[in-house]
Ligand binder design. Structure first.
Ligand SMILES: [Ca+2]
Ligand SMILES: [Ca+2]
Ligand SMILES: [Ca+2]
Ligand SMILES: [Ca+2]
Length: 258
């Protein structure tokens, strides 16, 4: 089981290996070239943040396996500077200037969890409870001041819109929806981030490296929970060999391998 210090140590080691490798070219590939590798992935090592409440489930600490997951990696160079790694499920971009190769991908999923149905008669997006000037009938007079604005009747049914008992349904635009209410979305955002980082060391016809997946939940706004779980860092190491004359099928119409 990895803790954060272990993750940092691995990162430091990876950086050291990268610097020791120097500036030698990555496998001698240039624009238009590709290489296919079949690799065996070890069981993943997960940081405490991958478990509910950041607490690893005790029994899982004793889990062990010597089985490996098999995966095919396709490395190709669209340009002399750009390296792309297709893992079958994800396609990640990297640079040919890195040795070993490093590939990065990142996605963000943003949710606005707080929504509320409020009165917003003038539909300006500000709840009328806190709206300093409400003017649904657009006559320039504040609807909340019954002295200056004596009648507000946007749907022309001769019933004052401000009194829900007098006018129980206001629908000036005839779309079947009540005009005085509106769903307001709170400013608080929950952000789910996935980052994938792959290091790929090419040594002749063999490869090795690691896949680090980091998933993180963060919150931005006034209504955030006091505690958000630590990021889940999941590391899988792999080793493999280059496959000569691979029989590959991709995308639409691709034939499954036999
Ligand atoms: Ca309003
Ligand atoms: Ca008005
Ligand atoms: Ca009315
Ligand atoms: Ca309406």
């Amino acid at each position: 089981m990895l803790d954060r210090r272990d993750v940092r140590t691995i990162s430091a080691r990876a950086a050291l290996l990268a610097s020791l490798a120097g500036v030698a070219s990555c496998g001698g590939l240039s624009a238009g070239d590709y290489a296919v590798y079949r690799v065996a992935l070890e069981a993943s090592e997960q940081a405490p943040g991958c478990f509910p409440g950041d607490r690893p489930i005790l029994a899982e600490e004793y889990d062990a396996t010597t089985f490996r997951d098999g995966q095919t990696l396709l490395l190709y160079l669209p340009t002399d500077d750009e390296a792309v790694l297709d893992t079958g499920g994800l396609v990640l971009k990297g640079s040919t200037k890195d040795d070993p190769y490093t590939f990065e991908g990142r996605s963000e999923d943003i949710e606005f969890p707080f929504r509320d149905m409020v009165t917003d008669a003038d539909q300006d997006g500000i709840s009328d409870d806190v709206d300093l000037f409400v003017d649904a009938d657009k006559d320039g007079d504040d609807d909340t001041d019954t002295t200056s604005d004596r009648v507000v009747d946007t749907d022309g049914d001769k019933r004052d819109d401000r009194d829900e008992l007098e006018d129980p349904f206001v629908d000036a635009d005839n779309d079947g929806d009540e005009d005085r209410f509106r769903e307001i979305v709170g400013g608080t955002r929950m952000i789910s981030t996935l980052r994938v980082h792959i290091t790929l060391r090419v040594d002749g016809a063999t490869v090795s490296g690691d896949v680090t997946r980091t998933t993180e939940e963060t919150c931005d706004g006034d209504l955030c929970p006091p505690h958000v779980d630590a990021p889940c860092v999941d590391v899988q190491r792999f080793r493999g060999v280059e496959v000569d004359d691979p029989d590959l099928g991709f995308g639409v119409g691709a034939q499954p391998a036999r």
